[in-house]
Design a protein around this ligand. Structure first.
Ligand code: SF4
Length: 720
């Protein structure tokens, strides 16, 4: 049982029914929408009475066919939580920002006073304009959110670019798949997936690496398990043994941080044994000779000592992947969150290209997107070096196009990324920030440093639904709308644009995010006059060729449309790169990668490896799921997962309080025994504010993707 509640939905007799009494009441109405959590993008239906959501049911969407996981089905009552922000707040005079002891959401009145919207908006516009006129637009920055709708993301980046006058706009894609996107853009000219998750049904071989879909993309994982049941071969490669490994034909528990060694060995075997697709390489790629010479010395025997997988197993896996009629690769943040994340992804791209396992149903490359709209927020331009649709800000043609569309002169200097922004604040270069729906005071690496930076800002505006750790460091806090309180489009991991529809009203004076962004823009003097979500979406269609054929009317009718979608009658392309790649010459580029280790490795003082990630019941920094009563009841407390052998050696029992410490910080939490975590390693979810594990993580960045190394740093474990 994974508490998905599927049995409750399916039970034909009523013997099983929703557990909460409220769920038995008859609903006034039902509203079709989408799940607010992960990138799978399951469609669901809200059952609503008055302004209260009674329960949630899965409905038949292209990605879920009626299925939901525990988060989608039971993680909805955070919207009714007593800690919801219901009025604008302004920091009281003389109350300093304390980056060490963050404010408890229940103590909101001690640091902030209520304000009217007029007062808050006037203050925000006045301070942002003052910073801009004194220090220039580059002294301002904005973080949007992968939980924003496409329309909110689009307007947010437009405000930063046209109102602030800078490209300093980013969001948490920087912390999840920035390196995958960098490698994909470089290699095949597109940062999105080539095939939908559902294509596992048409694959002969499914290769899942650096991902734990049963936890992070649970409904996606059910399709993988179904495919295996129907005869597909599954290869799972991960330093941690996940639940999915039980279903694998081959499980490669390779040494953490040795991804490139493992993958170069597979490339070597495929080339050495002539399992390549010569025609595909000749016609559709370039750079094969460089790749071949790069992996010439990467024999399975040589790489085995680095990655810990036997040469025989490496050979078996390479042959299986290369010779199948259709092989698909799915990967997660185990690949991307390294200082060599881009190199890891380069190797995966090369695997698909040299074997011709791309451009057909059941093949291809699929970086599993984390948050519900991380794909859409990136597409919409919440990226410091790109306008919407991945058009480079330093490309004069793109600059001209957006200057004409937005009727404003634009900067052609790429902006700062998430971690670079924190460094720039401490260097005195960035002085004001607008943060919408992100919680960098929990999600950034080396948190003590990040919190110090946020507290050092001259002026910080945070727009959110709760007083998050980041909001507690703000000068102005704006009460926003939760997912079921607004309408907008969201793009899932499959490039599927789906319609989320408003089911209830925001509480008190909380306002819809689109209204707030537009009000700030207008207060800053921008000539904006959007009267509906539809109007914003229509402008996006003019800015982004990829979604030109997706009209609002089609979305209302069909609820989900895949892009690229060129014109109104186009059904869109679920599988891309069938004929050519979207590169200048239509060919993909094979980019060699050399093995190099993590930025910080264990030593005598800090002998364990820390791996961070998510757990099934909680999402991201936990601001929503920890306030969802069912999810909080299942997983209420922070835990660190260690191998039983390590617990025994340290004389720690499961349930004991332990202290984890790195060179940057320490936290205390409970120990949990986990045979899936290899000895010498500790896994900790990053959703618990009381044990914020990112205090320990390392802010070293991948040079291309600028993504921090969340998946590897050195720590010590002490019994309390
Ligand atoms: Fe929501 Fe993802 Fe679960 Fe589907 S799999 S219900 S999208 S969290």
């Amino acid at each position: 049982c994974v508490a998905c509640g599927e049995c409750v939905q399916a039970c034909p007799t009523g013997a099983l029914s929703p557990a909460k009494a409220a769920a038995h009441q008859p609903a006034d109405k039902t509203v079709d929408s989408v799940c607010p959590y992960c990138g799978v993008g399951c469609q669901l239906t809200y059952h609503v009475k008055g302004n209260t959501i009674l329960r949630v049911e899965g409905r038949k969407g292209p990605a879920n066919e009626g299925r939901l996981c525990v988060k989608g089905r039971y993680g909805f009552d955070y919207v009714h939580h007593e800690q919801r922000l219901t009025q604008p707040l302004i920091r009281r005079e003389g109350v300093t920002k304390n980056p060490v002891d963050l404010l408890d959401p229940d103590q909101v009145n001690s640091a902030f006073r209520p304000a009217t919207w007029d007062e808050a908006l006037a203050l925000i516009a006045g301070r942002f304009k003052q910073i801009k006129s004194t220090h220039g637009g580059h002294a301002l920055a904005g973080f949007g959110s992968a939980k924003c709708s496409n329309e909110e993301a689009y307007l947010f980046q437009k405000l930063v670019r046209t109102g602030f006058g800078t490209n300093n706009v980013d969001h948490c894609t920087r912390l999840c798949h920035a390196s995958s996107v960098a490698a994909l853009l470089e290699g095949i000219g597109s940062g999105a997936v080539s095939n939908p998750v559902m294509d596992v049904n048409q694959a002969e071989v499914i290769f899942v690496i650096g991902a734990n879909p049963t936890v992070n993309h649970p409904v996606g994982a059910t399709w993988i398990k179904n495919a295996v049941k129907n005869g597909a071969k599954l290869i799972v490669a991960d330093p941690r043994r996940s639940d999915l490994a039980r279903h694998a034909t081959h499980f490669l528990q390779f040494k953490a941080d040795s991804d490139v060694a493992l993958l170069n060995a597979l490339l070597h075997i495929i080339i050495e044994e002539n399992l390549i697709d010569r025609e595909f390489i000749d016609q559709r790629t370039e750079g094969f000779q460089e790749l071949k010479s790069n992996v010439a010395s990467c024999t399975p025997e040589a790489m085995s000592s680095i990655c810990g997988i036997s040469p025989a197993e490496l050979r078996a896996v390479a042959r299986l992947y290369a010779t199948s009629s259709a092989s698909i690769i799915l990967w997660g943040m185990g690949i991307s969150q390294h200082t060599h994340g881009t190199d890891n992804a380069r190797c995966l791209i090369s695997l698909a290209l040299i074997t011709g396992q791309i451009g057909r149903p059941g093949t291809g490359l699929h970086p599993l997107r984390g948050q519900n709209n991380v794909q859409g927020a990136s597409d919409a331009g919440l990226i410091p070096m790109m306008y919407p649709d991945y058009q480079q800000v330093c490309n004069p043609e793109a600059q001209k196009r957006f200057e004409a569309l937005w009727n404003t002169a634009l900067s052609n200097t790429p902006g700062l990324t998430v971690v670079e922004t924190m460094q720039a604040i401490l260097a005195g270069e960035v002085k004001g920030m607008y943060i919408l729906g992100e919680n960098p005071a929990m999600s950034d690496p080396d948190l003590n440093h990040a919190r110090k930076a946020l507290a050092a800002l001259d002026f910080l505006v945070v727009q959110d639904i709760f007083l998050t750790e980041t909001a507690s460091l703000a000068d102005v806090v704006l009460p926003a709308s939760a997912f079921p309180e607004k309408t907008g489009t969201f793009t899932n991991t499959d490039r599927l644009v789906q319609l989320g529809q408003q089911a209830i009203d925001p509480p008190g004076q909380a306002r819809q995010d689109l209204w707030i962004i537009q009000s700030i823009a207008q207060a800053m003097g921008l000539d904006w006059d959007y009267n509906s979500v539809e109007e914003v979406f229509d402008e996006m269609r003019r800015a982004m060729h990829s979604i030109e054929g997706i009209t609002w009317q089609r979305l209302q009718r069909e609820h989900a449309l895949v892009y690229p979608c060129a014109h109104e009658g186009d059904i869109g392309q679920a599988v891309v790169f069938t004929e050519h790649f979207p590169t200048p010459n239509g060919k993909a580029r094979l980019v060699p990668a050399r093995y190099r280790g993590a930025a910080e490795t264990p030593d005598l003082q800090f002998p364990f490896v820390l791996i961070t990630g998510r757990q099934l019941e909680h999402w991201h920094t936990g601001s929503m799921t920890r306030r969802a009563s069912v999810l909080d009841a299942i997983e209420p407390e922070p835990t660190a997962l260690l191998h039983p052998e390590d617990l025994k050696a340290l004389n720690i029992k499961a349930g004991n309080t332990i202290r984890l410490q790195s060179r940057r910080g320490k936290v205390e939490l409970f120990a949990r025994a986990d045979t899936g975590t290899p000895p010498g390693h500790v896994f900790v979810p990053f959703c618990y504010a009381e044990a914020a594990i990112n205090k320990l993580t390392h802010a070293a960045l991948d040079p291309d993707g600028k993504i921090p190394e969340f998946k590897y740093c050195a720590i010590a474990v002490h019994k309390k």
